[in-house]
Design a protein around this ligand. Sequence first.
Ligand SMILES: [Mn+2]
Length: 338
Amino acid sequence: MPATELLTLKNKKVLVVSHRGADVDALASAGIVHLLLMDRNYVEIAIPEHLNNSAKRLAETMEIAYTMQPKFSDFDVLVIVDLNSYNMLGPFAEAVEKFKGKIFLFDHHSASEDVIAKEENSLIVEDAASTTEVLWCFLAEHAPKKLDERIALLTACGLIADTAHFSFASRNTFRVMAEALKKTDKTFSEIIEMFSVERELSERIALLKAAQRTRIFRVNKALIVLSEIGAFESQSAAALLHLGADVAFVGTIEGHSVRVSGRAKFSFAQGYELDLAKDVFHKLSDFFEGEGGGHITAAAFTGRANSVEEILQKCLELLVAKMKEKEPEMAIKEYKEK
Ligand SMILES: [Mn+2]
């Protein structure tokens, strides 16, 4: 089993790093590693650029401290959680690439071509629902005594958030959740309360605008939608799936820097053996400056381009190419306003 050396660390200065735009799973995973190592080491958590509001709320309720400007040279060891590509490290990428000490990595995203940590120090479980699930199973096997109430709560938070309240969950996810719940007195709704935030007006407006600006394509029986928005592209893509799309690509542009987020229904991904990260988002960097990654049903791209439209169009093209592997005869129809 890789990465077990992590459990032997003693008298080290350890920096735990997660991805930019850290979400609940990212922050909870960093919190778990902090709790795990803090008895015998000096541990800090660092987040590049920003955290989402739910992650900020969790940091407050669980009193998890973090910095956004770490001095990498002060540390002996890095532990990277909930990412496996340099792109997701944003402004930290260079410092991690140059880091001389040992690097451990725990993740559940589709593996990228980047090698941030040596194989023996990295544990990537692509079919795990969250990085907290990966960490829980790792500890259950190698250090079960460490599984206390705080680690259980953080594990549950990461699981609930990354599965969108168990919409995408395996049998193992429910098993881990049941084990974690046993270690706490909290109810399910009390755990949700630990990281829930009111959605801001700006986000709700963005979601409605994304729906308003949608281009709708019918490809055989599937509905694929493209939309452009000022912000909240991943939330918008998820919202468009709730409205009825099988796949949604939503992009945003500021100057020339572009972000595109994609979401696919699980049943659709299964039907076409689609991995949104591998079949669409990794490939975007062959055509545009930037990098993409993510999961089977949720992925994103950040890069540079002259317009969002050209990237959205390419997403559609790559998706249709993948669909054609199953159904070579494809009719694509765009629904236009009359
Ligand atoms: Mn995650």
